[in-house]
Each structure stands twice: as structure tokens, then as C-alpha cells.
Design a protein around this ligand. Structure first.
Ligand SMILES: Cc1cc2nc3c(=O)[nH]c(=O)nc-3n(C[C@H](O)[C@H](O)[C@H](O)COP(=O)(O)OP(=O)(O)OC[C@H]3O[C@@H](n4cnc5c(N)ncnc54)[C@H](O)[C@@H]3O)c2cc1C
Length: 284
């Protein structure tokens, strides 16, 4: 189908994008790689008066590392950029697990991390990873910059803490020093989206743990019941299995043509166990 007519502005810089967002707040949407937004416009599930194209703002693209070992991903960083980064490969193997399993080559070449996070699809992979990695999302408007912890950013299916006149500019991830991380997912074979996706970050010797899960509820969440059970355990295989059984606690588990509620609940436990075991191994 052909989308309904819309106005189009190409932003030449972040300041230009912020000016346009301010001027057209409520009636405009940003477009980056277009992989999530364009299908919605074409299907007329979404409509918009104006698209603000940020796709050529070079200052928004790139991967930076801090002296403390943290990572900064510009909003327009593509999945391909992440796969090609030696720093990510050596220090953040969890992110490589995630990105390697996303979509197909075209999606990985064009899809941006900012677009994925701002879109907040309940089955997308990055939100679970960002929760486990304790990431922060940086947003800017004409009035200033805000840094939002991932735990407060994903508010519901396709709903985030970004205001209408704000632009997501970067994602910051703290150092993985002394910790190991892994991502395990059961994917929907046609698209690659998660039926269940689990990110685990574990401190060496089981000193700390953060588990993020996507695909199960209507928004990615931290599996606190699993974390609490693990911290009170001896981290034996049996203890990990018992803790992982709490993966869907407190969630209204999704049920659809790909996985009914009972199967998805069971798979949440299975993939949580796998992610924790691999994160523990990587923590050393
Ligand atoms: C065939 C296919 C398979 C896929 N498989 C997977 C998968 O396996 N796992 C997975 O997690 N995802 C998957 N995806 C989703 C993909 O990851 C996203 O479509 C993509 O990353 C979105 O980025 P984009 O730049 O294309 O966003 P766009 O489509 O341009 O934008 C998406 C939304 O985010 C907003 N937005 C974009 N950038 C910003 C910004 N900087 N600030 C504020 N708002 C912004 C837009 O206004 C829009 O609402 C798949 C997509 C397709 C088409």
C-alpha cells in the first residue's frame, strides 16, 4: 500500500532536528532507517503530518568508548556498525549475541539502535539487553538534555519516556569489567523477532546479577524474582534452573500464533537458564 501524504523535512544537524521537532511537536515524527516506521505508514496503521529525516546527521552515528570501559552508541549507529566494532566484540559479547540474531542482512545494515529503542516493540531484542546492562538513554530537546535509566524508559508496548519534542541522541552502557553477559533467544523464524529473549549480566563469582526479558509481556522487564532467587543460591546448575523457573513471574504472558501462553512461559524459563549459564561462564 501507499502511505497517506505527508510533508518531509531533512534535518541537517541535531540542532536543526530539534528545531523542527519543536516547531512541529505533536504532528511530526522522526525517521531514521525507516525499517519500523515505513511499514506502519504503508499499512496505514500509523499516519503523520510530517517526517523529519535524521538519517544523514553524521554526529549521531558512531561508537565511543570511555576510559572507564563504558560504551556510547550514537542513535544512528546501525546493527552492522556494532558487529564491525572490535571494542564491542571484545568487551560486550552480549551485544554481539543480540545483534547477530536481529532480522536479516538488510535490517542489520539499515536498522538503527535509536530507532529500535524509540520504537519499543514488545518483541524487540535491544530493550532486554539495555535493562540487563543497566544502560542509560540520552534524549535532547531545545530546552536541554535528559539521561533516562533503561529501567524507566520502556513504559509499555510502543511507549517510551521520550517526549514529542525530544530526540534520542545516544545510549550509554557502563563497563562490563568483572562481569559477564550473554543473550539467548527463541526467535520467530520469519522475522527474527523474539518469542522469548533473555539478557543476563552476572558478576564474577555470582556477586551480582541483572536479567532483562523481552517478548514475554507487553514490555521488556527485569526479572527480579529470578535475580533474588539467584543471589540467595549457590549458583549450582540446579539453583540456576530453579531460579530461571521464575522468569515470567508477575507478567501477563503473551499468547499468539507463534507461541501460546504455556509454551512461552516454559520457554522463558529455558532461555533464562541458558543466558545465565553462559553469562556466568563468560564472567570467569
Ligand atoms: C524484516 C524485519 C525484521 C526484523 N527483525 C528484528 C529482530 O529480529 N529483532 C529486533 O529487535 N528487531 C527486529 N526488527 C526491527 C528493527 O530492529 C527496527 O525496525 C530498526 O532497528 C528500527 O530502526 P530504524 O532506524 O529503522 O527506525 P525507524 O523505522 O526510522 O523509526 C522507528 C521509530 O523510532 C522513532 N525514532 C527513530 N529514531 C529516533 C530518534 N533518534 N529519536 C527519537 N525517535 C526516533 C521513529 O519516529 C519511529 O517512531 C526487524 C525489522 C524488520 C523490518
Amino acid at each position: 500500500m501507499i502511505p497517506a501524504a505527508f510533508e518531509y523535512s531533512r534535518a541537517s544537524s541535531v540542532d536543526d532536528a530539534l528545531r523542527l521537532l519543536w516547531q512541529h511537536a505533536g504532528s511530526a515524527k522522526v525517521i531514521a532507517g525507516g525499517h519500523s516506521l515505513l511499514p506502519l505508514l504503508k499499512l496505514r496503521v500509523a499516519s503523520v503530518e510530517r517526517l523529519i529525516d535524521i538519517g544523514r546527521i553524521s554526529e549521531l552515528r558512531g561508537i565511543g568508548t570511555s576510559s572507564g570501559g563504558g560504551l556510547s552508541l550514537g542513535a544512528l549507529t546501525t546493527y552492522r556498525d556494532i558487529l564491525d566494532s572490535a571494542a564491542v566484540r571484545s568487551q560486550f559479547p552480549l551485544l554481539i549475541d543480540v545483534v547477530d540474531g536481529i532480522g536479516d542482512v538488510q535490517v542489520r545494515n539499515r536498522g538503527t539502535v535509536g530507532g529500535a529503542v524509540a520504537h519499543a516493540d514488545p518483541a524487540s531484542d535491544l530493550p532486554a539487553a539495555l535493562l540487563a546492562l543497566d544502560a542509560e538513554i540520552v534524549v535532547r530537546s531545545q530546552t536541554g538534555e535528559r539521561t533516562i535509566p533503561a529501567a524507566q524508559f520502556f513504559e509499555g508496548a510502543f511507549v517510551t519516556a521520550i517526549a514529542e519534542n525530544e530526540l534520542l541522541t545516544a545510549i550509554r552502557i557502563p563497563s562490563m569489567s568483572g562481569r559477564g553477559g550473554a543473550y539467548a533467544k527463541l526467535e520467530q523464524p520469519a522475522s527474527g523477532y523474539s518469542i522469548v529473549g533473555v539478557a543476563a549480566v552476572v558478576g564474577r563469582g555470582g556477586s551480582q546479577v541483572r536479567i532483562g526479558i523481552t517478548g514475554v509481556g507487553d514490555v521488556a522487564y527485569r526479572a527480579m524474582a529470578v535475580e533474588q532467587a539467584l543471589l540467595a543460591s549457590d549458583w549450582s546448575d540446579n539453583a540456576i534452573r530453579a531460579a530461571a523457573a521464575h522468569a515470567a513471574d508477575g507478567q501477563v504472558v503473551a499468547s499468539d500464533i507463534h507461541a501460546d501462553r504455556a509454551y512461552r512461559t516454559q520457554m522463558a524459563a529455558v532461555f533464562t537458564r541458558r543466558a545465565i549459564a553462559e553469562a556466568l561462564r563468560r564472567a570467569g
